[in-house]
Write a protein that binds this ligand. Structure first.
Ligand code: SF4
Length: 62
């Protein structure tokens, strides 16, 4: 499953990177998170990041 972030909605809080640094990385210049491993990673941590994102801007699809 592919992981995406809606960067327009991201507030750069860093929660996703804290939870799952294998997949998410905060870009300090843009103050937005980006997906560094779109093909996925630890599914439980990705789901935790999705559930924890305050902007609800992390998506996963097939
Ligand atoms: S948890 Fe959501 S709002 Fe926070 S940096 Fe990650 S994608 Fe952006």
């Amino acid at each position: 499953m592919a992981v995406h972030i809606d960067e327009d909605e991201c507030i750069g809080c860093g929660t996703c990177e804290e939870l799952c640094p294998e997949v998410f990385k905060l870009d300090p210049d843009k103050e937005k998170a980006e997906v560094i491993m779109p093909e996925g990673g630890p599914q439980d941590l990705i789901e935790e990041a999705i559930d924890s994102c305050p902007a609800s801007c992390i998506y996963q699809d097939d």
